[in-house]
Structure formats: structure tokens, C-alpha cells
Design a protein around this ligand. Structure first.
Ligand code: SGN
Ligand code: CA
Length: 541
């Protein structure tokens, strides 16, 4: 049934194209816009200077905002990597496309916007991180990292066999992208180019050229670095993403395992040591030497300082080490985004190319004492988003509407003049991009996170977010509701769900939430075919 609709829609679009082609000779030039979709992995909006420059300047990424539109309230439907990517490609919530967590391979029978664009005459290419456990459908060419990929000397899976490329991953993904633009692109066709960085994903290994500069910097601490999670439910207290307790001193903070051992530091598990060793082993002798030259002295200082550190000192030290490496990774992303934007400018492609910069979700940079993501709370629920398209978008504009990663597929299809399949669940952003915000009606978004029990132990929850409130239900091995007053309590420190003054608001939001669950077909649960797989894997009972 779905496929029939889908074909019908495509047929309509194809007939329109044919009609257009038959009445003009020679064939008119294809003026549909190109799409350059730039996404990094775990890039917090707190670390983009278009949002705030308290941590880092990102002048190249900022170009997209200053020459286009900056979204200040963009968010995801499920704050985790592969589910977010699948939502972007399908325009559907994760319970519909089935990729509710990182573990399952993506069901490639899903209809995605790249498959539709390819069918409708777009040239399509993907370079970088996909994280689906299988190859992408709908791409003429792709070179993707297996799973999470590596920062140094990474392997790539391609449609022409697998290969290893020496060097730093952010530079390499950009080289592949530029090479395709220069040599692979067919000039008579519009393109969809997905340029997908691994950085700044954990374990945050910077490019050599940024080692020295960033390890010498000191960054401002977030107000909630020492959050004790009072005032919230069980989920915040039991999550395993605290810098002091769960961040590894080896893999994450780059202390050689023998130094950590000599100081009797107990890692949360062996995992940190193994990851450190595996990553270090990948370096060439030259890369090792460059690393040791900068990180060796940091280790020596730590060996001296650690015995006198209080927990508070250690937390502060971990935060600085975390930020130094995380932000250095972003410096390389920023430089490389600049290279690609320069290419578009130099080749007359900027005017009619939609350039998107976003992340697969937000990230905690020490807020609430955390790293990682997953929660409906703002730092992970919100994600950076800016879009440039000089032909349609006024430079330097801002939108504070609640847009979601769910909306990309329909936006791109509309921009390309293609009718989306009628089972897509987002909204096209075109009215916002064209300054017609009065046509935008969404006043609440739906969220559902599933990956539990799993790394970082963030409990399953779903919820509704409006401009003023956030209501979430944590379930599975708890049954707890949380309400945050977003205006009065932007840091989300006080769950007011049991405060009688909010009783009417809670009742109203619960009703709206139920409405969203029906609208998005989450009230009936997962599709049977996914249910069976999840049951076999013990994800659901
Ligand atoms: C890895 C990370 C986790 C992270 C998940 C998911 N550990 O397991 O910290 O939460 O990926 O991230 S790592 O140090 O081995 O990378 S996601 O972005 O792919 O969803
Ligand atoms: Ca991610």
C-alpha cells in the first residue's frame, strides 16, 4: 500500500518533468537546486560561535548562518546517532523506520529522500560517517566509515571495494568530497552531496596541527558542572555519563594506561584502556612522535598533580582535558567546511546550492556534569542547524521555530519540486526559509528515546516539548514523569510535575502528548516486523 502511494507520487512528478521536456527543444537546463548536507557527529550548538563564542570561534561554519538562516530551536526526535540519521533520510520517527537504537542494521527497504532524488534525476553521493551497519541505498557513489570509524588512517567502505586512507579523518572526508565535486560531478545534473563528519565524536582525537594550541587553553566551566541531580527523577541520577565517574582517564583524557596504573586510578571498566591502546596502535611512527611530543608532557604533569587532587580538582581537570580535545576536533571541522564553501564560491555553485550544517544530535559539554547525549533535556535534544540558499533565503536571518531532523526529507523534496510520499511525518521548512513564518503551525514536538539498557544507561523515555514546557515519561524499569518550566528554569534543574500549581498544565500536556502519539502512530507501538526483531534481541519484553 505504502509503496503504491509512493510510486504514484513519483509518477506524478515524472509526468510533470516529461511534459516540460516535450514542449521545449532543446531540453531546458535543469535548474533544480543542489543540496550539500553537512553533518558532524555530536557537535554541540554550545560549540558554534554563531550560537555562542564562549568556547570556540567557528568562522567557517558561521558563514552558513550569516549568509543564510540560523535555527535557534532545532531538535531531534531521538537523541542518538543512527536513529537520527535514519530519521533524516526517511522523514519518519524512529518507531516507524525501525532504527530505534544504534544496534540494529538499518532496514534499507525504507524509502529515503536520496532514493527519491536519485530516481528523479539527481546525482547523489555520500562521504563520511553513516553508522548503519550496511551500505546506503540511493547513492551513485559513497565512501563511508565502517561503524564509528577511526580518527587516524581510517578505513572506508565504498561501492568499489574497501580501502584505508592515511591521514586525519576530517581532512580525508573533505578531500573525498572536494574530489567528487571536482571530478565526479556531472555538470548537467543537480546533486545531493552528503558530507558527514565523524568528528567531534568520542574519543575526541584532534588533528596534529591543533594539539599544541588547544592543550594550552583553559575553558569556562558550565554552571552545572557539579550538578548533584537533586530535583529530578531517577534517570538523571542513574545515567552513566558523568565526567568524574564515567569518563575514562585513558581513552577520553589521553593518559597513558601505564601512567593511570602507576597512580592506582580505577577506570570505570577495561574499555578505556583497550580503546586507548587500539587507537594509539593505529598511529604511524611519525604520528606517534607528534602525539607523544604534546601529550607526553601532559601525562607527566598529571602524574605529579594527581596525588594532591581533590575530587573537585579532578573533575575540573577532566573537564579541561575533555574540552581541549573536543574543541580541537571542531577546529578541524570548521577549517574543512571552509574549504568546501570556498570551492562552491570559486565554481559559481553557491547561489543555487542549499547548504545545511547540522549535527546528528546535541551534546553535553560538562553541563549537569555530563558528556554524551540521549536525554530529552536541552543540550542533547536541541541540535545546531543553519541553512544557506542565496536564491531563496535572506542572509543573516534567524528562526526560533521548533523544527526537527524529521523535517529535512520533505524540505529537500519540496525544494526539488518533488511531492513527498504521504507517509512522511515532518513538515517542509520551505515556508520558514522563504520568510513566511505565519504559515508554520507546529507548536509542539514529540520525542522518544529507546536505547536502554545500554552504554551510558539513560532510561527510556518519551515526551512532548512546547516553547514553554517539557513533559517526559521515563518508563521500562521506572514509571516517572518530569515537567520542566522552560522559561523559569532553562537549565532544567527542577522537576515540577508534582507541584500543584502546574496541575492544569500537566493535564493539558498529557492530553497533547497522547494526541502526538496517535498522530505519529506511536500509541500502537512498533511495526510488527520490528517488534519481532526487538523481542528476539531482548530489547522489549
Ligand atoms: C560509542 C561511544 C559512546 C557513545 C556511543 C554512541 N563510546 O559507544 O560514548 O554514546 O558510541 O554514539 S566510544 O568512545 O567508543 O566512541 S553515537 O553518536 O554513535 O550515537
Ligand atoms: Ca552522534
Amino acid at each position: 500500500m505504502k509503496r503504491q502511494n509512493h510510486h504514484k507520487t513519483w509518477a506524478v512528478a515524472s509526468i510533470a518533468t516529461l511534459a516540460l521536456a516535450s514542449c521545449t527543444t532543446p531540453e531546458p537546463a535543469d535548474t533544480r537546486p543542489n543540496i550539500l548536507f553537512i553533518m558532524s557527529d555530536d557537535h554541540a550548538y554550545q560549540a558554534i560561535s554563531a550560537y555562542s563564542n564562549h568556547l570556540i570561534e567557528t568562522p567557517q561554519i558561521d558563514r552558513i548562518a550569516s549568509e543564510g538562516m540560523l535555527f535557534t530551536n532545532a531538535c531531534v526526535t531521538n537523541s542518538i546517532c543512527a536513529p537520527s540519521r535514519a530519521t533524516i533520510l526517511t522523514g519518519k520517527h524512529t518507531h516507524i523506520h525501525g532504527k530505534i537504537d544504534n544496534m540494529m542494521p538499518f532496514d534499507t527497504s525504507n524509502v529515503t529522500f536520496p532514493r527519491i532524488l536519485q530516481h528523479e534525476g539527481y546525482q547523489t553521493a555520500m562521504f563520511g560517517k553513516l553508522h548503519f551497519g550496511n551500505s546506503p541505498a540511493g547513492f551513485d557513489e559513497f565512501m563511508i566509515l565502517p561503524d564509528q570509524g577511526d580518527y587516524y588512517n581510517p578505513e572506508f567502505i565504498t561501492n568499489r571495494g574497501d580501502t584505508t586512507i592515511m591521514g586525519y579523518v576530517t581532512d580525508i572526508i573533505t578531500d573525498l568530497t572536494l574530489n567528487w565535486l571536482d571530478k565526479g560531478r556531472k555538470k548537467d545534473k543537480p546533486f545531493l552531496l552528503m558530507y558527514l563528519h565523524k568528528a567531534p565524536h568520542r574519543e575526541w582525537i584532534p588533528a596534529e596541527r591543533h594539539y599544541t594550541e588547544f592543550t594550552q587553553k583553559t575553558f569556562p566551566e558550565p554552571e552545572t558542572l557539579f550538578d548533584n541531580y537533586e530535583g529530578r527523577g531517577t534517570a538523571a541520577k542513574t545515567a552513566e555519563m558523568n565526567l568524574l565517574k564515567h569518563m575514562t582517564v585513558s581513552a577520553d583524557n589521553k593518559i597513558y594506561p601505564e601512567v593511570a596504573q602507576s597512580l592506582n586510578i580505577k577506570e570505570p571498566s577495561n574499555w578505556g584502556t583497550n580503546v586507548f591502546n587500539n587507537k594509539y596502535k593505529r598511529f604511524t611512527p611519525e604520528q606517534k612522535a607528534a602525539w607523544d611530543a604534546v601529550y607526553g608532557p601532559i601525562n607527566e604533569q598529571f602524574r605529579e598533580a594527581y596525588p594532591n587532587m581533590s575530587d573537585e580538582d579532578y573533575m575540573r581537570w577532566k573537564y579541561q582535558r575533555y574540552m581541549q580535545d573536543y574543541l580541537a576536533c571542531i577546529a578541524a571541522v570548521d577549517e574543512n567546511v571552509g574549504r568546501v564553501l570556498d570551492y562552491l564560491d570559486a565554481n559559481g555553485l553557491s547561489e543555487n546550492t542549499i547548504v545545511v550544517y547540522t549535527s546528528d544530535q546535541g551534546f553535553y559539554l560538562g553541563e549537569h556534569g555530563w558528556f554524551d547525549k540521549r536525554f530529552i533535556y536541552d543540550e542533547s535534544f536541541k541540535t545546531p542547524l543553519m541553512i544557506r540558499w542565496p536564491n531563496r533565503i535572506h542572509a543573516g536571518t534567524t528562526s526560533d521555530e521548533m523544527v526537527q531532523n524529521l523535517d529535512f526529507a520533505q524540505t529537500f523534496l519540496e525544494a526539488a519540486g518533488i511531492i513527498p510520499t504521504d507517509d512522511m511525518q515532518g513538515e517542509s521548512l520551505m515556508p520558514l526559509l522563504e520568510g513566511k513564518a505565519d504559515q508554520w503551525t507546529r507548536d509542539a514536538v514529540y520525542y522518544h528515546y529507546y536505547e536502554y539498557p545500554a552504554i551510558h544507561m539513560v532510561k527510556r523515555h518519551y515526551g512532548i516539548v512546547t516553547r514553554d514546557y517539557k513533559l517526559a515519561h521515563f518508563y521500562y524499569d521506572v514509571d516517572e514523569w518530569e515537567l520542566y518550566d522552560r522559561k523559569k528554569d532553562p537549565q532544567e534543574l527542577n522537576n515540577v510535575v508534582d507541584d500543584p500549581t502546574y496541575a492544569d498544565i500537566v493535564a493539558d500536556l498529557k492530553e497533547k502528548l497522547e494526541g502526538l502519539r496517535v498522530q505519529y502512530k506511536d500509541s500502537v507501538g512498533l511495526d510488527q516486523k520490528y517488534l519481532d526483531i526487538y523481542r528476539t534481541r531482548g530489547i522489549i519484553k
